[in-house]
Design a protein around this ligand. Structure first.
Ligand code: BES
Ligand code: ZN
Ligand code: ZN
Length: 457
């Protein structure tokens, strides 16, 4: 941990956090030499900027750090990798950053995926007073970092089995029960769609399941798309389209991250996590365009395109989740390129029939800087996924409304009265921001956590 919870801050360098307005107010009260130095550096309190100020001995005396607003989740994220190595603490002279945001932003500012390439230097350390808020911030950062690591790990080292091991580790850390149904056992236990998509890979497909919590609490199901690599199958992707497809288990990684938070913070819910984990591969026994596949629910899927595999594996997982009649099902999936065309990398698409829930989640996401955007389950488009020889096709008749078509497809596997949220996400930063390097990313899990806390408190 690059954040240490300690009461004594002796010998740690003070950081004075300011926004532009606070800096304007504070500057005239500073010693003339400090004012001149900060002016020379061009420091104005701009977000993610900082200035090192020497003491009389020429050693580092204090740091001025610019922030956007005090409760920003990445308020201090620009500092840990940029400041000289050593210990720091937040000075009372600056704005008071809530301990949750201070802990989380610092920890994520130090994040680096270092499985193969070691860090060039250790991150600077922040000393924070111990407390529940700081611990919550650290729990958030831990879950987000773990989610990123899972997404960043290449498919060679993150196949269905390794994803199951990662889930088993989360279960062990939090006292949840872990089980999995592997390979041909999927057929015996009636998960034919998961098997059909995953059977061509040399690494066996599986359904991973975690269960946690007390029977007296309401059941919440998290379902995550765990396609460990998506070649597109026989409808092979282009080189460019395939390049990032190690991240096609991003839904599963986010479901595990959210589950870890729910368990670490002991929400009063019972949790079921379901991850259909497969590799969408090419081989002689691969499922084919034109095939008609039976699902757990009994509906027949006509395969219009083997690259629309996510909705196929999710169909069995959603049907199984629904059998337990949970209070709420949330599925998370890197489901469509169309959702990215519509909303870009930063905005996951949320699908729910309930306008009020949509509104509430969008507002929460904006407030927490963990955004998502509500899109419609537009029922009139259902006829666009009708099949003449099966019940539904896994592609739309046209290329229009691809993210809606995928969501409508999933809706067939969730009973009408079942409360359900579907999130189509990117799980990736395509552009670096403070505390958010290019690579795997947790999306919507802080917002969903807050929603669950409000709803089930
Ligand atoms: N995993 C992809 C979706 C995806 C692609 C997400 C790129 C994020 C970035 C998914 O399995 C897929 O290939 N979907 C197809 C569906 C189409 C064949 C109907 C798509 O979106 O092009
Ligand atoms: Zn695909
Ligand atoms: Zn996919």
């Amino acid at each position: 941990m690059t954040v240490q919870l300690k009461t004594s801050v002796a010998r740690a360098t003070p950081i004075i956090a300011v926004d532009r307005a606070a800096f304007k107010a504070l500057a005239p009260k500073l010693p003339k030499a400090t004012q001149n130095w900060l002016a020379t550096c061009g420091f104005s309190g701009a977000p993610d900027s900082f200035a090192l100020v020497p003491g009389a001995d020429g050693k580092l005396g204090q740091v001025f750090a610019g922030i956007g607003h005090v409760a920003h989740p990445f308020a201090l994220a620009a500092l840990p990798k940029a400041l000289p190595e050593g210990q720091y603490h937040l000075s009372d002279e600056g704005l008071a950053i809530p301990a949750e945001q201070a802990a989380m932003s610092w920890e994520l500012g130090a994040y680096q995926f270092d499985l193969y390439k070691p860090r060039s230097r250790p991150a600077a350390v922040l000393l924070l007073a111990p407390g529940a808020e700081a611990e919550r911030g650290l729990a958030l950062a831990t879950a987000i970092s773990a989610t990123r690591d899972l997404v960043n790990t290449p498919a060679e080292h993150m196949g269905p089995e390794e994803l199951a091991q990662a889930a088993a580790l989360v279960a062990k850390q939090h006292g949840a029960k872990f089980k999995q149904i592997v390979g041909d056992a999927l057929l015996k236990q009636n998960f034919p769609a998961i098997h059909a998509v995953g059977r061509a890979a040399t690494r066996a497909p599986r359904l991973i399941e975690l269960n946690w919590g007390s029977a007296k609490h309401p059941l919440v199901s998290l379902v995550g798309k765990g396609v460990c690599f998506d070649t597109g199958g026989l409808d092979l992707k282009s080189a460019e389209g395939m390049r990032q497809m190690k991240k096609d288990m991003g839904g599963a990684a986010n479901a595990l991250g959210l589950a870890a938070l729910i368990m670490a913070l002991k929400l009063p819910v019972r949790l079921q996590v379901l991850i259909p984990a497969v590799e969408n591969a090419v081989a002689g026994n691969a499922y084919r365009p034109g095939d008609v596949i039976k699902t757990r629910k009994g509906l027949h899927i006509e395969i219009g395109n083997t690259d629309a595999e996510g909705r196929v594996v999710l169909s069995d997982a959603l049907a199984y989740a629904s059998e337990h009649k949970p209070e709420l099902i949330i599925d998370l999936a890197t489901l469509t390129g169309a959702a990215r065309v519509a909303l870009g990398a930063q905005l996951p698409a949320l699908f729910t029939k309930h306008m009020d829930t949509g509104r509430e989640l969008v507002d929460l996401g904006l407030k927490l800087d963990d955004p998502l955007w509500h899109m419609p389950l537009w029922a009139p488009y259902q006829e666009g996924i009708a099949s003449s020889i099966g019940d539904i096709v896994n592609t739309g008749r046209s290329a229009l409304a691809g993210a809606i078509n995928a969501a409508l497809f999933l809706e067939y596997f969730v009973p009408e009265q079942q409360d359900w949220l579907h999130i189509d996400l990117f799980a990736w930063n395509d552009q670096a921001r403070a505390g958010r390097p290019v690579g795997g990313e947790a999306q919507t899990i802080r917002t969903l956590l807050a929603y669950l806390e409000e709803r089930f408190a």
